[in-house]
Design a protein around this ligand. Structure first.
Ligand SMILES: Cc1cc2nc3c(=O)[nH]c(=O)nc-3n(C[C@H](O)[C@H](O)[C@H](O)COP(=O)(O)OP(=O)(O)OC[C@H]3O[C@@H](n4cnc5c(N)ncnc54)[C@H](O)[C@@H]3O)c2cc1C
Length: 817
């Protein structure tokens, strides 16, 4: 052990070892891993060692595929066997709904270039002879599944990293972490002090404790998880070679071959947390006593689905701790507000995800960028609200219990809600609001007014809320729609250095006083980091507006690009180099009023002229609206004439009441997110997380029209200019899909003559143009030639054509009236 390293990884489970190895792959040799006990001494030694590539997040799914591909490589490099068996796996469908769901999963897997296929119940029982096919609808076979030896795999990573120059130090606990005045970290360990420029928390079950050493409370908790291993099962023993793994989705169990018997794991619907603050430091490689009673409902189903198990004994039980986060995905990346402290924790499926995490984190440390759109596992996707113990218990419990349940795009889950509400919440609820949740905030999806008992049914097809949404769209197109904009994040940037800093941060021109601009923000590789808007409220006073759920993520980026390098360990208000950035999201919120009658509604509440000449598109005014003091912008999300009205939060409810009062005579209707989706698709407007992500560039997304390529300097300028010269390989297009009862919802593949040429990013029914619409990225030559295409919507092939322009008001005339 040396006393100084560039990077120290804390924790020698599968994740820490993979991070260490990937750092060495990127050429870093001044790196070490420190492990409290021996390698695998946390969750890793318990693991069933199963792996698969399926994940609802496409980037994470690709990283899982990468993980699986890495095992033979590290095995060869290290000389340590990983015990890899690429057996493939069956997912069983026990109901007609699940069968439909598996068909749509198959379409998605095919779009991800995975050679999956469907089989009949009888074929499934041939592949795995202990399956009782009674009652099954069929199964999906995915070749990217299998199992390995967790001990071997972890040691293979460590061995390969060692060979590339890394140190692996075992039996040495990290006791404390301190930031030195030099900006380096000091690690106090059982065997002495170490300094390091970077530290990585791969502490697994103890990661929350390690985080607290630097003042961070990570949103993760351990939960109990059981599996059993049987004595020999004659039907299994008779199989020569590998046997596919099986997941019985309706039965909450998974099964894989373990020598001549099987391993049966359970995701019970009555889960239990364990050591929510992490186990004691003296907790060894011990098992938790099994709780058979608690998991017996699911076990009984398992023993019915696999009746041969009723005839054999149980060789051993394993009940161990796994860490879960509220959405089940890991926490990876630079931790906001704590310079050079990196997370690689909260990993529920380390043997599916370990290499993907290692790859992204090593890229991030070396290049300052993970190399892909890894937001789905970025540690900055949660805010401080998510670390509350009770919230964590509820959300992780929900995730665990629903692990094998079908997820529907229109489903809203109840855990941890309501947490954040606006002052207008009760009034909107009384008006029929059906809420979804964004970053803990309740947001209206649509208003089932006059239907107090309305319940939306989870479905892959158009739901029973379809007509309600249609009426909201209609009201906006013909009269006025009122949409709550509390789910906007707002940053106030002030000070003498504000303009200069913003000019470098954003790729657009700076707005003139009283004006707003759409403001793409790029990273150094020229990829999107934000689709913000910027308003100049005063000399040296700007508002930047972005997505509510990106607050931590965006503020981390802002801080990383402050005028000087230090300090980055600050939050809320960052003052530096004459720039002050204050997150005022919770202090200001409002409503977006749009539609042909919106001007009359606003005019009734103000003495100012709101006519087009005095108040043109993209201008801003400070004005009284009713008795509120508002900042009003002439902007619209819907493609109609519109105004965004923002007030101090304490006046939010008063604003709502006055707008509703004034709007009554003008056909004003409250509208929610679903109507906005329909309205924006009719205008081919993209949004962050779907059309705009780190995976795309200005040229691909069409945001290039807001990029000031001739500006002196801005982050990502050179890459953006290069792209403009050579052109982009993909383009965002709007599709008219020949769908009848279901619309695309995102991630569906787009095909031409059996070749995948793109992906849907979001879809909705365009209620006023009466078309099923989808925004999608397709290869550039396809975007230009616009041939007839095929989209898989819930597993069914649907004809689609590229629309040459938005089907609603393509010239944008209605915006400019
Ligand atoms: C019963 C069971 C079955 C499972 N089955 C599967 C499966 O089939 N497939 C799958 O992918 N996953 C499975 N898992 C989950 C899997 O085990 C975890 O996702 C994975 O092991 C997490 O690895 P890790 O490296 O993040 O954490 P851990 O394995 O917990 O490693 C963290 C390490 O950090 C060390 N450490 C912590 N604090 C310090 C400190 N202060 N100083 C020094 N060292 C420290 C610990 O000693 C520990 O070794 C299963 C888990 C259980 C319990």
């Amino acid at each position: 052990m040396k006393s100084q390293y560039e990077v120290v990884v804390i924790g020698g489970g599968i994740v820490g070892c993979s991070v260490l190895y990937h750092l060495t792959l990127r050429g870093m040799t001044d790196v070490a891993l420190i492990e409290r006990g021996e390698l695998t001494a946390g969750s890793s030694w318990h693991a069933a060692g199963g792996f698969h590539a399926i994940n609802s997040d496409t980037t994470i799914a690709a990283l899982q595929k990468y993980t699986i591909s890495m095992y033979p490589k590290v095995e060869e490099e290290s000389g340590q066997s990983t015990g890899l068996h690429l057996t493939g796996g069956l997912e069983l469908a026990g109901t007609p709904e699940r069968w439909e769901w598996l068909k749509s999963e198959l379409a998605w897997l095919r779009a991800m270039d995975t050679e999956a296929y469907l089989v009949t119940p009888e074929q499934a029982a041939e592949m795995v002879p202990i399956i009782d096919p009674a009652g099954l609808q069929g199964a999906l076979f995915d070749p990217h599944e299998g199992n390995l030896d967790p001990h071997g795999a972890t040691h293979a990573y460590a061995g390969a990293a060692r060979k590339r120059g890394a140190d692996v130090i075992q039996h040495n606990q990290v006791l404390a972490l301190t930031k030195l005045p030099t900006g380096e970290w000091q690690l106090e360990t059982e065997h002495g002090l170490i300094t390091a420029a970077h530290i990585v928390n791969a502490g697994g079950l103890w990661a929350r404790k390690v985080g607290r050493m630097v003042g961070v409370d990570h949103p993760l908790v351990p939960m109990q998880h059981h599996y059993l291993v049987t004595e020999d099962v004659p039907e299994v023993a008779a199989i020569e070679g590998d046997m596919p793994a099986v997941t019985d989705l309706e039965g909450f169990t998974y099964l894989q071959r373990e020598r001549n018997g099987v391993l049966l794991g359970v995701y019970e619907t009555n889960p239990k947390h364990w050591m929510v603050n992490g186990p004691g430091w003296d907790y060894g490689m011990e098992l938790i006593a099994e709780e058979i009673e608690r998991i017996s409902p699911e076990l009984s189903i398992g023993f019915e689905r696999f009746p041969a198990l009723q005839k054999v004994g149980i060789r051993r039980w394993v009940n161990g701790g796994i860490t879960f986060t509220p959405d089940g995905n890991p926490l990876v990346g630079p931790v906001p507000g704590v310079h050079n402290y990196w997370a690689a924790c909260g990993v529920m499926a380390g043997f599916s995800q370990g290499a993907g995490i290692g790859l992204a984190l090593a890229n991030w440390i070396v290049d300052g960028d993970p190399g892909d759109d890894v937001f789905g596992m970025d540690v900055a996707r949660f805010g401080p609200y998510a670390s509350n113990d009770s919230y964590l218990r509820q959300t992780t419990g929900q995730f665990y219990a629903r692990r094998f349940l079908m997820a529907y795009p229109n489903e809203e889950l109840p855990a941890g809600r309501p947490l954040k509400t606006t002052p207008s919440y009760d009034e909107l609820k009384a008006a029929g609001a059906q809420f979804g949740v964004v970053w803990g905030l309740e947001v209206p999806l649509y208003y089932a007014s006059g239907q107090p008992d309305f319940v939306e049914h989870p479905t892959l097809e158009r739901s029973n809320a379809h007509d309600i949404v249609g009426a909201e769209v209609e009201a906006t197109r013909t009269a006025a729609g009122l949409y709550e904009t509390a789910a906007y994040a707002r940053y106030e940037v002030t000070g003498p250095g504000a303009e200069q800093w913003l000019d470098r941060l954003l790729a657009c021109q700076m707005p003139a006083l009283g004006r707003t601009r759409l403001a793409p923000m790029l990273n150094h590789a020229g990829r999107l980091m934000g689709d913000l808007s910027i308003t100049k409220l005063d000399e040296d006073r700007y508002w930047l507006v972005g997505s509510y759920y990106l607050q931590e993520w965006h503020q981390r980026w802002f801080r990383q690009h402050l005028p000087q390098d230090l300090p980055q360990d600050v939050s809320h208000t960052d003052v530096q180099g004459g720039v002050q950035i204050t997150n005022v999201t919770d202090q200001w919120m409002g409503f977006s009023l749009s539609g042909p009658n919106s001007r009359q509604v606003l005019a009734q509440l103000t003495h100012e002229s709101v006519g087009h000449a005095d108040f043109p598109l993209f201008s801003h005014r400070l004005m009284d609206v009713g008795n509120t003091e508002a900042v009003v912008g002439r902007l619209s999300l819907t493609g109609e004439l519109g105004f965004e009205i923002t007030v101090p939060t304490s006046q939010h409810r008063a604003l709502l009441q006055q707008l509703r009062g004034a709007g009554g005579a003008h056909g004003l209707r409250l509208i929610g997110d679903r109507a906005i989706d329909s309205l924006r698709l009719e205008k081919a407007y993209g949004i962050w997380s779907a059309e705009f992500t780190q995976a795309y560039t200005p040229g691909m997304s069409g945001l290039d029209r807001f990029v000031a390529y001739d500006k002196d300097n801005f982050i990502g300028r050179d890459a953006a200019r290069r792209e403009r010269e050579v052109g982009s390989t993909q383009r965002l297009v709007l599709l008219d899909v020949d769908a009848d009862k279901a619309d695309a919802s995102g991630d569906e593949g787009i095909w031409l003559d059996g070749r995948r040429v793109g992906f849907v990013t979001s879809g909705s029914y365009g209620h006023s143009v009466k078309k099923s619409l989808a925004l999608a990225y397709v290869d550039t030559e396809i975007a230009e030639a616009a041939p007839p295409l095929v989209v898989h919507v819930i597993g069914e092939e649907r004809a689609a054509r590229i629309l040459p322009e938005a089907p609603y008001d393509p010239k944008g005339e209605k915006l400019r009236v």
